[in-house]
Design a protein around this ligand. Sequence first.
Ligand SMILES: Cc1cc2nc3c(=O)[nH]c(=O)nc-3n(C[C@H](O)[C@H](O)[C@H](O)COP(=O)(O)O)c2cc1C
Length: 200
Amino acid sequence: MQYAYKQEERKRVMTKSFVVLTASFRPKGNSAQLADLLISDLAKKGCAVKRFDTAFLRLTGCHHCDRCYQTGKACVFDDDFNPIADAIDKADAIVFVTPLYWYSWPSSIKNVIDRFYALYCGKHLFKGKKAALIAVCGDEAKEDPFQGLVYSFDKSIKLMEGELAGHLLYYGMPSVEVSAFDFSPQKETRVIVNGKADRV
Ligand SMILES: Cc1cc2nc3c(=O)[nH]c(=O)nc-3n(C[C@H](O)[C@H](O)[C@H](O)COP(=O)(O)O)c2cc1C
């Protein structure tokens, strides 16, 4: 039984390729540690992972020049966005790992999300790709500081025709619950409070 489960679990994640987008400017911060854990977990399961630490990349925002995919690449600007666009095109799943800034996205990853405009206009949509959100915040209270972030994430993934895999939302100091997260087809939200995961 245990063996059958393991085989099934292996089959589910095997050969999957992931793009992991981190957002924090703190290379050893809470969300970076979660990204490390996630990636080592995925590697153990045989997945291929491409990680982009957006805070340390050269990225402008979208200039709305509407020249998307007209010059043989996603965006006319030659900063670090086009390699991300190519990796996403090839990936089975995208995981966004971010701290909450002002109830929303940090500028680092927001620049990438804004540049998804090129993917949208060029019809390089997220069809058949799963997308998950892992977010941390400083707030200890359970008054849903993540509402804006989750709304933006869900609407954007839906617009891009991706499949919502779920959210992992950490209040206060995060614990090491990342490997508990699975990329099952149903949309799932869990809230982690002091290391205890409650499905909501
Ligand atoms: C510019 C800035 C804005 C923030 N805004 C919020 C916020 O709106 N709500 C909240 O609960 N925490 C907020 N925080 C706290 C961070 O989300 C929190 O410390 C998080 O764990 C940092 O993650 P990191 O270590 O991965 O950078 C903010 C922190 C910064 C620096």
